[in-house]
Ligand binder design. Structure first.
Ligand code: GDD
Ligand code: MG
Length: 333
């Protein structure tokens, strides 16, 4: 099976980390996010991935020059301008002929880390004679997702993208994994931005042609600071992941933390519940708590980062400075 992976967004919610790198090239346990996605697809029988690129495409083409990523073959479709999710799918599908094939293809949001069983989704798609079938996952607060109530046979009754929390009719949300018949591509208008969530799925619902499968497999959209942090702490805990090539002073405290290669932590410093990128220096007595630090940064002696602060690549935090829920550099400035 072939899959289109959407990786062309600007990663706005993860700024400043995404000012220079696309979201899906950010590390998750020191391995680019896209490799987790490609590895999961490969393990589920996908042999070719079409990367739907927009923002900073060279980050991907340079990282995988031989066109292979985590064991799967890569192809690239670079949009001339951002076409939004359905526009991007149309563009990528046409670029490699998925719209003319005689079998369905997969589409995946490139920031989803999961072990959802794709075979079950494809099986339901075929059994129902669906035009499109999407995976659903349960979440506590559905308001930042696509909310998807279904009938007893799995037929989708409505697709409501990012509703108010109070009006969300269900806690089951779009998990960002779809099986699409080639005919879906013909439904997507050419030459303009089209959102699959706001336009194409509601049109399929109106035709009774959209089905969904509820899954309780592990699932995270790693596209916000809170989830980008928590998915790594969870994976590290679950898999017993250990950092390599780091220099931690014996008097420092490192707990529930993900340190990438080349990180150093000075005397008496504390890193807890946090992720620290490659070759970053945490100086003596600094505290990094529930926060994210990019690569090659310096957290000066005695500085304190807390409450989901995010420090970008190459940033120097002066000694003694205190960051509480702050972004540095401030992407809105
Ligand atoms: N090529 C391309 N072009 N890719 C895009 C574009 C575009 O114009 N816009 C967004 N993307 C990519 C992003 O890089 C990301 O991998 C994926 O499409 C989804 O975009 P997000 O910005 O992460 O969307 P979201 O998280 O707010 O919501 C989506 O995902 C949720 C589940 O994770 C929606 O599909 C929701 O319905 C869903 O619940
Ligand atoms: Mg997302």
């Amino acid at each position: 099976m072939r899959a289109v992976v959407l990786v062309g967004g600007f990663g706005t919610r993860l700024r400043p980390l995404t000012l220079h790198r696309p979201k899906q090239m950010l590390p998750v346990l020191d391995r680019p996010m896209i490799e987790w996605v490609a590895g999961w697809l490969g393990a589920n029988g996908v042999d070719e991935v079409v990367l739907s690129l927009g923002y900073r495409p060279e980050a991907f083409t340079e990282a995988y020059p031989d066109g292979r990523c985590a064991g799967v073959r890569l192809r690239y479709a670079v949009e001339p301008e951002p076409l939004d999710t359905a526009g991007a799918i149309r563009f990528a599908a046409r670029a490699v002929g998925l719209d003319r094939a005689d079998e369905p293809f997969l589409v995946v949001n490139g920031d989803v880390i999961t072990d959802l069983a794709i075979g079950e989704l494809v099986a339901l798609h075929r059994a129902r004679g669906a035009e499109a079938t999407i995976a659903l996952t349960p979440v506590e607060d559905p308001s930042r997702y696509g909310v998807v109530p279904i009938g007893p046979d799995g037929r989708v009754e409505a697709f409501i993208e990012k509703p108010d929390r109070a009006s969300a009719p269900s806690n089951w949300i779009n998990a960002g994994t779809y099986v699409l018949n080639p005919s879906v591509v013909a439904r997507i208008a050419d030459g303009r931005r089209v959102s699959i969530e706001r336009e194409t799925f509601p049109a399929l619902v109106a035709d009774g042609a959209l089905y969904a499968l509820q899954s309780d497999a592990a699932w995270v959209d790693a596209g916000t600071p809170a989830t980008y942090l928590s998915v790594q702490l969870d994976l590290a805990r679950r898999t017993g992941w250990q950092p390599v090539g780091v220099a931690v002073d014996p008097s420092a405290t490192v707990e529930e933390a993900v340190l990438a290669e080349g990180v150093s932590v000075g005397a008496g410093a504390v890193v807890r519940g946090s992720v620290v990128g490659r070759a970053t220096v945490i100086e003596a007595g600094a505290v990094v708590q529930d926060s994210i630090v990019g690569q090659r940064a310096v957290v000066g002696a005695g500085a304190v980062l807390e409450a989901l602060s995010v420090v970008g690549d190459d940033v120097v935090i002066e000694p003694g400075r205190r960051l509480h829920a702050e972004l540095v550099p401030d992407p809105s400035a």
